[in-house]
Design a protein around this ligand. Structure first.
Ligand code: ADP
Ligand code: MG
Ligand code: ZN
Length: 481
């Protein structure tokens, strides 16, 4: 196969976390009985008037700031007309010429031939639109049922410039955008629930070509794996066509996950086939500088800010800091645990070690941890201040992971608490030595091997009174005096 340069652009649809839909007051929550979350507005009955959800607009603008966009102070909603049974109004309210956000950029990091690389992907636009309903095909009875619960769920569509050159870059970009939207608090970007979906545009060109090749658009991918595999497949398919002297036709394709292939869905319709026109029912958006300033300032701490803090203020290694930052729930847990016990390195080590291990083993899930961040913080503190041994801290954590609970109470119930009473420890060691006079004599006459035996006796006797480290120091002092 000859060498072609892949050119890729993504259209990412992400569901916004508003309580209600974008043009009516129906619940936007995931699920629900069929057609239980719809009303005359979102099912497009005649005579109804949509009213725009202000929170949805603000979330879209926040997403814009998170992806380094400029915000249009003046923005318009349009009707995108098409006929399909999942769209009872026969048009989708979307934005064509004046979207809320334009000209953004997202830095990505990816690996190429084992080498770490970085690159900026330009964002062409982000607009606000509504989702369509869902058709449920009942093959047994040969009918299709329409569920309109999703009609009017607010979505943002993020359109990138064709700056992406590989499946790896595309995956990295989607992951990065999902992370930024999660931190911004505007979308949970759960791929499994379809709250982030992606259309992939792929073309290839020869190094000497002045213009991009003809693209294929693959619709509605809902996992990182399918995005990756689709792009790899398309590059191969198009390369084979060009190698044989054939042409790539512009079309919309569908990805078949079972076969790992893409298939023709329909040849590409032009944008004007949709007969876009401004929606006369929806107020145009006019932002003042103050509005935008307020929305911008409401953006919470972003992942790059946390990364900088973890490395430069907390002294974590970049690798460790990235592991924590790249999963928002872990980073939030870390931040909250530090509120109770402000030892960033130690808490990070515990999270990266014990917590990650149990998550990776599938014993606990970040979606419903059986303990609070404060309890985790207190456990690390107890271990650091030697209220329990390092080993017992792991045991307490196992119990917390299985059934939850307060680390102090668990440690007490298990008899793991160490009082660290040095006066009492010295007294008790004297007692142990008195009871083992023969071994002491052996030690003093040069048989240092018995130290281990004496240490063992002391550790047993002083359980809960002093740490092994303190016992060892004290014992050495006494034997060598
Ligand atoms: P449409 O609305 O018809 O899908 P757009 O112009 O909005 O078309 O482009 C959609 C996406 O296709 C964008 O992400 C853009 O970067 C990408 N794109 C445009 N031209 C090409 C091309 N030749 N090869 C690959 N991707 C492309
Ligand atoms: Mg498109
Ligand atoms: Zn409704």
């Amino acid at each position: 196969m000859s060498n072609y340069i892949p050119v890729i652009g993504l259209e990412i649809h992400s569901e916004l976390l508003t309580k209600s839909k974008v043009f009516c007051t129906c619940s936007a929550e995931f699920g629900g009985d069929r057609n239980s979350r719809c009303c005359p507005v979102c099912t497009g009955l005649p005579g109804t008037l949509p009213v725009i959800n202000q929170t949805a607009v603000e979330y879209a603008v926040k997403a814009g700031y998170a992806l380094n966009c400029s915000i249009n102070k003046f923005s318009v909603f349009d009707r995108k007309n098409y006929f399909y049974p999942d769209l009872p109004k026969a048009y989708q309210i979307s934005q064509l010429n004046l979207p809320l956000c334009i000209n953004g950029s997202v830095p990505i990091e990816y690996e190429e031939n084992g080498e770490k690389k970085t690159k900026n992907i330009r964002i062409n636009r982000i607009h606000l639109e509504e989702d369509a309903g869902k058709l449920v095909h009942d093959d047994l009875n040969g009918v299709s049922l329409a569920d309109y619960n999703r009609c009017g769920i607010p979505l943002i569509e993020i359109v990138t410039e064709p700056d992406i050159s590989s499946a790896e870059e595309a995956r990295s970009l989607v992951e990065k955008i999902a992370l930024l939207l999660q931190y911004a608090g505007v979308s949970d970007c759960k791929m499994e629930q379809g709250s982030i979906r992606c259309d992939v545009n792929v073309s290839i060109m020869r190094p000497e070509d002045k213009e991009f090749g003809t693209r294929a658009e693959i619709k509605n991918l809902n996992s990182l794996k399918s995005i990756y595999r689709t792009i790899e497949y398309e590059i191969k398919r198009q390369s084979r066509l060009l190698d044989r002297g054939e042409r790539v036709v512009q079309e919309t394709r569908r990805y078949d996950d079972n076969k790992g292939e893409t298939k023709t869905m329909r040849s590409k319709e032009d944008a004007h086939d949709y007969k876009y026109f401004p929606d006369p029912d929806i107020l145009q958006v006019n932002f003042t500088d103050e509005d935008l300033e307020r929305i911008k300032n409401s953006l919470p701490e972003m992942p790059y800010e946390r990364l900088d803090k973890y490395v430069n203020k907390y002294g974590l290694s970049e690798v460790d800091a990235k592991i924590i930052v790249n999963t928002k729930k872990i980073s939030d847990l870390y931040e909250a645990a530090l509120e109770v016990y402000n030892n960033p390195k130690s808490v990070a080590n515990f999270i990266l070690g014990e917590l990650m291990r149990r998550i990776n083993l599938g014993e606990i899930s970040l979606d419903n941890l059986p303990f609070t961040p404060a309890e985790l913080g207190r456990l690390v503190e107890m271990s650091d201040t030697e209220k329990i041994s390092k080993n017992d801290a792991k045991k307490v954590f196992r119990i917390m992971s299985e059934q939850g609970g307060d680390p102090e109470k668990i440690a007490a119930a298990e008899g793991m608490l160490i009082s660290n009473d040095s006066g009492k420890a010295a007294e008790m060691i004297d007692e142990v030595l008195a009871n083992n006079a023969k071994a002491v004599e052996q030690y003093k006459s040069g048989d240092v091997k018995v130290f281990g035996f004496l240490m063992g006796q002391c550790t047993k006797a002083l359980k809960g009174v002093a740490t092994p480290k303190v016992i060892k120091e004290e014992l050495e002092k006494k034997l060598n005096s």
